[in-house]
Ligand binder design. Structure first.
Ligand code: DX5
Ligand code: ZN
Length: 214
């Protein structure tokens, strides 16, 4: 299993310490939640903060854009040196073009689905995607309970990928811990995002390892 700890749950007063923890861990990615207070009601951090994070972080960056018009931020995300740029299906009027532009910027393209958005909405674009990020909570806040129906969505997405020959990774975000992570692993998830479970732990390296070993 790949693990992408979400910086949203970190101690923002000590980001240098938190990034050092990530650098010395088994994490595969660092998940960065960008919010605009419009697409989601909350605001997290913007690009001035992310530039500092990107300078120190040696783990590949997995950027989750929770903004309207995420296509406007493609060059900013590229300039961070990000590996993955995730945009919400619900925020993109022209999803096909946005995915092409993310690829042209040299990044892996991920499309995110809110809990009420069905997997079938991606059937005409799945072959072009490197990753699909399934939200297992409503986006915008950490620490929410996992929505159980997500397990069926992961299974449906796995079927869609197999049927279409897509190699897209399946990532899940929200309420992930050792228990929900185990269910997601058997349903076919490839990458688990975890905020509170990792950064809220007294032993974050072990929390990361416990998900990696699923
Ligand atoms: C929520 C964010 C998540 C969040 C997950 O909108 O997309 O990445 O940090 O937090 P936990 O793991 O605490 O549910
Ligand atoms: Zn996220």
């Amino acid at each position: 299993m790949k693990v992408s700890p979400s910086l949203l749950a970190a101690d923002f007063l000590h980001l240098d310490r938190e990034i050092e923890m990530i650098n010395s861990s088994e994490a595969d990615f660092l998940h960065l939640d960008v919010m605009d207070g419009v697409f989601v009601p909350n605001i997290s951090f913007g690009f001035p903060v992310l530039k500092g994070v990107a300078r120190e972080c040696r783990v590949p960056l997995d950027v989750h854009m929770m903004t309207v018009s995420p296509e406007k931020w493609i060059s900013h995300v590229r300039d961070l040196g990000a590996t993955i740029m995730n945009v919400h299906q619900e925020a993109c009027l022209h999803l096909y073009s946005t995915v092409q532009h993310i690829h042209e910027a040299g990044m892996l393209a991920g499309v995110t689905l809110n809990p009420a958005t069905p997997v079938s909405t991606l059937s005409d674009i799945i072959a072009d995607l490197d990753l699909v990020l399934i939200m297992s909570v409503e986006p915008g806040f950490g620490g929410q309970p996992f929505i159980p129906h997500t397990i069926d969505k992961v299974k449906a997405l796995k079927q869609l990928c197999l049927a279409s020959g897509s190699k897209a990774m399946i990532e899940v975000d929200g309420g992930v811990n050792e228990k929900t992570g185990a269910l997601l692993a058997s349903a076919g998830a490839d990458v688990l995002v975890a905020g509170s479970y990792v950064f809220g732990s007294k032993t974050p390296h072990e929390a990361i390892l416990s998900l990696k070993n699923l």
